[in-house]
Ligand binder design. Structure first.
Ligand code: A3P
Length: 288
């Protein structure tokens, strides 16, 4: 299959055709954002499915019904994907909406709204590892080749949604002021309860300790792996082959150490540092 059959090109970004269409992108552009919408924005493989699991119950007083009965793509839909026009207008407010789009491509109503944003970043080395395995199991993406070959593709942004560095930099835009909260996958991995507390404060919401415990427990990797509404087992094997690699694969921080040679590590770090030069953005993993 040629790349043009796999991907739509949208403002220079490759978007998989399996879940993106001209119509879905038109819906995205014209979407009317409400002030109480809550966006979770991620570069792919940074913990999107995880935030789709914990955000709806944080917004509805700790009720787990939606995470137990509605697939993640309908529960907290991607604004740019084909399910958005089908489900978003029917979702009760406050709506949890996810997006992989960079800041400058968000719909114009987003910039006029007061909608809040939770931006989840993940160590790009682990993002690369996760994406590499995803390319092996997702039939709608090209075979990744060797890990070294795929890392070159990743660093040059020839993967879905472009360069990781462009994405994280775009969302550091000062215009957002206190509308945005920055969290990392690694912090969620280390202490999910603490991060959920921060999200609640950011959203101006409260949950009882008991309800918060339930959400934390529900959001563990093992429990999400068992949840049919979140583990992608509803997707046919012809689209995603979990025998090759499960969608919820390892769920750890630092798996890159099992994939990177010292040479690749040095090269990868140098390219990312060069791309981030002058941005003043520091991540916890920069110190590693
Ligand atoms: P790995 O491939 O490293 O295991 P996304 O949802 O943005 O596509 O990201 C998928 C990555 O998030 C996968 O990483 C997946 O296992 C991980 N993930 C999802 N839920 C998780 C959880 N509850 N705990 C830890 N990692 C989780």
């Amino acid at each position: 299959m040629a790349d043009s059959d796999r991907y739509l090109v949208y403002h220079g970004l490759l978007l998989p055709k399996v879940v993106h269409s001209e119509e879905s992108l038109e819906y995205f552009q014209n979407f009317q954002v409400k002030d109480d919408d809550v966006f979770a924005v991620t570069y792919p493989k940074s913990g999107t499915t995880w935030i789709q699991e914990i955000l709806p119950p944080l917004l509805n007083g700790g009720d787990l019904t939606s995470v137990e009965t509605i697939p993640n793509w309908d529960r907290a839909p991607w604004l740019e994907e084909t399910r958005a026009p089908v489900v978003l207008d029917k979702l009760p407010s406050p709506r949890a909406i996810v997006s992989h789009m960079p800041y400058h491509l968000m719909p114009s109503s987003f910039f006029k709204s007061k909608a809040k944003v939770i931006y989840v970043a993940r160590n790009p080395k682990d993002v690369l590892v996760s994406l590499y395995h995803f390319h092996k199991m997702a039939k709608f993406l090209e075979d990744p080749g060797t890990f070294e070959e795929f890392s070159d593709k990743f660093l040059s942004g020839k993967v879905m949604f472009g360069k990781w560095t462009d994405h994280v930099k775009s969302w550091r835009n000062r215009e957002l002021g206190d509308r945005i909260l920055y969290i990392t996958y690694e912090e969620m991995f280390q202490d999910l309860r603490e991060v959920l507390g921060r999200i609640l404060t950011f959203l101006g919401r409260e949950l009882s300790a008991e309800a918060l415990d339930r959400v934390v427990n529900h959001g563990t990797f093992q429990n999400m792996k068992r949840n049919k509404m979140s583990n992608y087992s509803l997707v046919p094997e012809t689209v995603m082959d979990s025998k090759k690699s499960p969608f919820l694969r390892k769920g750890i921080a630092g798996d890159w150490k099992n994939h990177f040679s010292p040479e690749l590590d040095a090269k990868f770090t140098a390219v990312i540092q060069e791309d981030m030069k002058g941005s003043n953005i520091r991540f916890p993993w920069d110190e590693e």
